[in-house]
Write a protein that binds this ligand. Structure first.
Ligand SMILES: [Zn+2]
Length: 151
């Protein structure tokens, strides 16, 4: 990998055109629907067909009633920051730093880990209202990331 720097660039920062692709998520048959939904700009959450409990990350078996039957609902994409970390190191060239990684509690009640975008790390707080946005990272990968709700 060639590191390209320019005046005003942070150490280790890569020019966008030289940036490696974002690491691929591990897409198993259990979670493939989630990423397929993201590609279509839908935030899909697995729901047990027997007891209707939502769960994320997806599992083949309901942890509440042991049913193997499930479908998915489309989330509103609205939620709150339940917890977060601001990652400075180690740096992976595909990301910008500091990187805000948050546990989002969706309005439907389930939580998922995602990245917060369009916010300064020092402005993030527990309970911050956020909404999903679907970011096309490259031609093969669209991810549901979250940004603060603008009023
Ligand atoms: Zn169940």
């Amino acid at each position: 990998m060639t590191m390209v720097s320019k005046v005003g660039q942070e150490p280790g920062e890569l020019l966008a055109e030289n940036r490696p692709k974002r690491p691929r998520p591990a897409i198993t048959q259990d979670i493939a629907f989630f990423y397929e939904g993201a590609r279509k700009e839908k935030l899909l959450i697995q729901r047990c067909s027997k007891c209707s409990e939502l769960r994320h990350p997806p599992l083949p078996c309901c942890p509440y009633c042991r049913s193997l039957e499930w479908d998915a609902i489309e989330s509103s994409g609205r939620g709150q920051v339940y917890s977060f970390v601001v990652n400075h190191y180690p740096q992976v060239a595909a990301f910008d730093y500091p990187l805000v990684v948050a546990l989002i509690e969706l309005s439907e009640g389930t939580r998922l880990v995602s990245q917060l975008i369009d916010v300064e790390p020092h402005d993030v707080f527990i309970g911050m209202e956020v909404e999903v946005d679907f970011i096309k990272c490259d031609e093969d990968l669209t991810l549901p990331l979250f940004r603060p709700v603008r009023r």
